[in-house]
Design a protein around this ligand. Structure first.
Ligand SMILES: Cc1cc2nc3c(=O)[nH]c(=O)nc-3n(C[C@H](O)[C@H](O)[C@H](O)COP(=O)(O)OP(=O)(O)OC[C@H]3O[C@@H](n4cnc5c(N)ncnc54)[C@H](O)[C@@H]3O)c2cc1C
Length: 495
């Protein structure tokens, strides 16, 4: 029989807190250095757990008393089996860069950090298949495969901290999705510790395996609610022989869509990214030192910017195609762009990317961000940003004391807009003004309330804007099947 208590986010099952006897048991599984706890007899100061209890944005705060840092799959299994027997709820944690509050506890759940599981298990340079522990940092995997002339199929601004396991658990999209598709395609196999401690070994390295239900797909994007991913098998593409990028300054947002069509037509197979930042996002990236600012002349009259990347097989061929594109854009009777700044060397290539990749970081330095990561028709990107700004203005919430900026940036090629509202502080008044307003707006375009960041704790109440009742009912049945005790990341994804 389960008892339920009421708390701020609804009804929840009453779980056991971690106690001294649990710590004693964990000591039989892990070395002392892998147990961080404020529970006696370890009794660390609670500040030691702050990096695990607080999320990247400083918006979500847990009160876990204990963090465990296992090194092996068997240790994860032993921990989970004990927790299941004691009804202790668990939050799996990767690099803690998630943006929807999924990686920190709602209460005092046990945190299982995968940070110590950071070994590459194998890499086949012929097939490009990499098998790695879930706690490997994305950048370190990129560095690992680079000498073999391969790249990771995923890239994102948090690559220096996020884990491959976290990427899979969130089904992260990022900057390469346009070219290499989603992790649902490039992940070949997973090893997962299920909520009763069973190890599910589906760590295949086969490209083709058509043998019934593809269970691994359920864990991709499950945000730690169905089990703990301990290893990932992923297909890494060969490195492009040549990569170039150019930043294009546009006089109006209305030009983005025709520009995208033109760029796709002219660059065809070498187009690998088409990323959008509005003027506010660009100005904040520059203000907070992300990349090198373009010249005054280049940004004069620009309402927004598009970063185009090409990745191809022959440098001269790709450069010629890009130069032809730029020439035709600038010489058109009614030009879609004001200017284009083409990178000339690797340092400039990185600097142009930094202007786009650095927006998330710049936003967090500017203030407290309300982040909406939405999929909507490309033509509506600007309308959504403008409508949100006007809505906040009508509520008297625009201004330095409340909402400082409303801005948009994102992966245009994937129809994914990051709508960010930067405020001086997180307040209930702003929250109430934004929700359900933003979700209703997205639903009016038949869009998705989460293009790539997931649901986490932030959007459980809003899931119905993007999933119908039948879908939610079956999600709940799947959750109950895998995790009948409800101990795996409770309060995330599903209410
Ligand atoms: C600067 C910046 C840029 C970003 N850019 C992008 C972007 O372009 N695209 C994008 O999609 N996201 C982006 N993000 C969001 C975030 O980086 C991704 O969601 C990332 O995949 C999270 O990985 P993580 O290891 O930090 O996971 P965490 O934040 O630790 O966890 C995220 C969720 O996954 C679960 N989880 C983590 N590890 C495991 C595991 N091993 N097993 C089971 N569950 C697990 C957690 O419980 C939680 O629910 C960005 C974030 C930042 C800070």
């Amino acid at each position: 029989m389960s008892r339920f208590i009421r708390h701020c986010t609804g009804w929840r099952r009453l779980y056991s807190s971690v106690g001294a006897s649990d710590i004693d048991h964990f000591k039989s599984i892990l070395p002392p250095a892998a147990i961080l706890s404020t529970v006696s007899p370890s009794a660390l100061p609670s500040a030691e757990l702050d990096p695990y209890n607080n999320d990247w944005m400083g918006k979500y705060h847990g009160s876990a008393t204990t963090v465990l840092r296992p090194k092996t799959t068997q240790q994860v299994s032993d921990i989970v089996r004990w927790c299941a027997s004691r009804n202790i709820a668990i939050v799996p944690q990767g690099g803690n860069t998630g943006l929807v509050g999924g990686s920190v506890p709602l209460h005092d759940e046990l945190i299982v950090s995968l940070a110590n599981m950071n070994t590459v298990r194998s890499f086949d340079p012929v097939s490009g298949i990499l098998v790695a522990d879930a706690g490997c940092i994305l950048q370190s995997l990129t560095d690992y495969v680079a000498p073999h002339n391969h790249i990771m199929p995923i890239d994102l601004g948090a690559k220096g901290s996020c884990h491959i396991g976290g990427n899979v658990a969130t089904n992260a999209g990022g900057l390469r999705l346009l070219r290499y598709g989603s992790l649902h395609g490039s992940v070949l196999g997973l090893e997962v510790v299920l909520p009763d401690g069973t190890i599910l070994d589906q760590l295949t390295t086969l490209r083709k395996d058509n043998t019934g239900y593809d269970l691994k797909q359920l864990f991709i994007g499950a945000e730690g609610t169905l089990g703990i991913i301990t290893a990932v098998s992923v297909l890494t593409p060969p490195s492009p022989q040549a990569s170039n990028n150019v930043i294009l300054a546009l006089p109006h947002f209305d030009n983005v869509l025709p520009l995208y069509k033109t760029v796709k037509r002219q660059l065809s197979e070498i187009l690998s990214a088409f990323e959008f930042i509005d003027r506010t996002a660009y100005d904040l990236a520059v203000k907070h030192g992300q990349g090198r600012a373009l010249s005054d002349e280049d940004v004069d009259g620009a309402a927004c910017f598009v970063l185009v990347e090409t990745s191809g097989g022959r440098r001269e061929h790709d450069e010629e195609k890009l130069t032809d594109l730029l020439t035709s854009l600038l010489e058109a009777d009614s030009p879609l762009i004001n200017t284009g700044v083409l990178s000339q060397n690797p340092a400039q290539f990185s600097s142009l990317w930094a202007l786009r990749e650095g927006v998330t970081e710049a936003v967090s330095k500017e203030g407290k961000a309300y982040k909406y990561d939405i999929s909507i028709p490309l033509a509506s990107f600007k309308d959504v940003v403008d409508a949100t700004r006007e809505h906040l203005r009508s509520k008297g919430l625009l201004g330095d004391h409340a909402v400082k900026h409303v801005l948009g940036y994102g992966h245009v090629g994937d129809g994914n807009l990051h709508l960010n509202i930067i405020a001086a502080a997180y307040t209930q008044e702003i929250q109430d003004a934004l929700e359900p307003f933003v979700y209703e707006l997205v639903a009016s375009y038949r869009g998705s309330i989460s293009a790539e960041h997931g649901i986490g704790a932030m959007k459980t109440h809003a899931l119905h804007y993007s999933k119908n009742d039948v879908s939610i009912e079956w999600m709940k049945k799947i959750k109950a099947l895998f995790d009948p005790l409800g101990i795996m990341n409770p309060g995330k994804v599903l209410e």
